[in-house]
Design a protein around this ligand. Structure first.
Ligand SMILES: Nc1ncnc2c1ncn2[C@@H]1O[C@H](COP(=O)(O)OP(=O)(O)OP(=O)(O)O)[C@@H](O)[C@H]1O
Ligand code: SF4
Ligand SMILES: [Mg+2]
Length: 361
């Protein structure tokens, strides 16, 4: 089998933010994304996970140049978009789209739903006015809304419906890569399942590459082909979703998995839970950035920075990954949280319905 080719690649990607100058002392620098090397294959669902503040949104925005990097490269096919000016980037935006976490604040309340979905088509000069209207109607249907919803305004819709509008808008220009920054986190669990199903279906139908940002590992358990785990601006582990959930190789991944509540009881696993808060990103710990919270830390961890090593199939940045026997989700069926289970059941039913529709005359 040939390796799928990367559609997005980053090399040494960095983004720093200078904090507002305090009353006393100097402004400080947050290294939100600090030397990230990633390869995202065409057609895969790639998830980026980690605690709040670890740099996921900054990385997501860098991947589609919604913000400019302070260093490093972002290759989309053969183009380093880190170097492109706004004009050149505008043409590429048609292919690189973003779904925001909060569908309410990302949709202009004064524009009708039809105008919102049509806007990217107009911006890229796609189709005649009539063709664009037809495309809006088609997209609304594809995300489970009705063509006549085009005349309504965002406030007339529920959170889940608004996120469907956000998805339709992101898909309007026929993108190749869609990045969803916590696309379902703001929604009720039952609605999350529907939106996840829609994203999965559309991904297949339009042959998209999907990058999903999540702090909730349960959400991406059954969506992602591969997962990257982020800690304080760095990638600490990557792997296929199956391998990473069953056999984590980085203590931070183990701790994130341990924080997923156990199905039925909702209890948290006693072992391997994560201690303390995320350290201040302005002054990250020396050596391995996770050492202040790692139950396996030794002296070398406090002084030497571990590099991310391995192949595309699985990488880890830990001095002791070869000798540690870490705990994953032992039995996905019994340990999977109820919410994720419900989501998966809905997804499976939808797939079964689809398969039936395509086999029946
Ligand atoms: N515009 C900004 N100015 C200053 N600091 C910023 C800015 N944007 C992000 N940061 C800082 O960069 C770090 C990473 O932030 P980011 O929003 O990327 O994290 P995140 O993983 O997406 O968190 P969350 O899960 O809460 O969304 C944080 O310390 C944050 O405070
Ligand atoms: S390098 Fe050391 S501190 Fe860092 S994750 Fe591995 S064992 Fe823990
Ligand atoms: Mg974020």
């Amino acid at each position: 089998m040939t390796e799928p080719k990367p559609i997005l690649r980053t090399h040494g990607l960095r983004r720093e933010f200078v904090t507002a100058k305090p009353l006393f002392g100097a402004a400080q620098v947050v290294r939100a994304v600090d030397g990230v090397d990633l390869e995202i294959a065409e057609g895969e669902t790639f998830a980026i996970v980690g605690e709040s503040g670890c740099g996921k949104s900054t990385l997501a925005r860098l991947l589609v140049r919604l913000i400019a990097p302070t260093g490093g490269e972002v290759w989309y096919g053969g183009t380093n978009i880190a170097d492109l000016d706004e004009g050149a980037m505008r043409a590429l935006r048609r292919e690189l789209q973003f779904i925001f976490q909060d569908p309410f604040s990302s949709l202009n309340p004064r524009m009708s739903v039809g105008a919102l979905i049509e806007e990217p088509l107009g911006a890229h000069g796609i189709g005649t006015s009539q063709e664009r209207k037809a495309r809006v109607a088609e997209l609304l249907t594809r995300v489970g809304l009705r063509p006549d919803h085009a005349d309504r305004y965002p406030h007339e819709f529920s959170g889940g419906q608004r996120q469907r509008i956000g998805i339709a808008r992101a898909l309007a220009s026929g993108p190749k890569v869609v990045i969803g920054d916590e696309p379902v986190s703001a929604l009720d669990v039952s609605i999350q399942a529907q939106v996840v199903n829609i994203l999965e279906d559309l991904k297949e139908e339009f042959g998209l590459t999907l990058v999903i940002i999540a702090h909730d590992l349960a959400v991406i358990r059954h969506m992602a082909d591969r997962v990257a785990v982020m800690y304080l601006g760095e990638i600490v582990e990557t792997g296929t979703a199956d391998a990473l959930f069953a056999r984590p190789r980085h203590p931070y991944t183990e701790a994130l998995l341990a924080a997923i509540p156990i199905a039925r009881t909702g209890a948290r696993r006693a072992s391997a839970h994560i201690e303390g808060d995320l350290p201040n990103p302005i002054a990250p710990p020396s050596g391995c950035r996770f050492h202040t919270r790692c139950r396996y830390a030794t002296e070398i961890c406090r002084t030497d920075h571990p590099r991310l090593t391995g192949s595309g199939a699985g990488q880890v940045a830990c001095h002791h990954s070869d000798t540690l026997a870490l705990t994953g989700l032992a039995d996905a069926d019994t340990d999977r949280p109820a919410a994720a289970k419900a989501r998966f059941a809905l997804y499976r039913d939808a797939q079964a319905r689809k398969a039936k529709e395509t086999t029946e005359p």
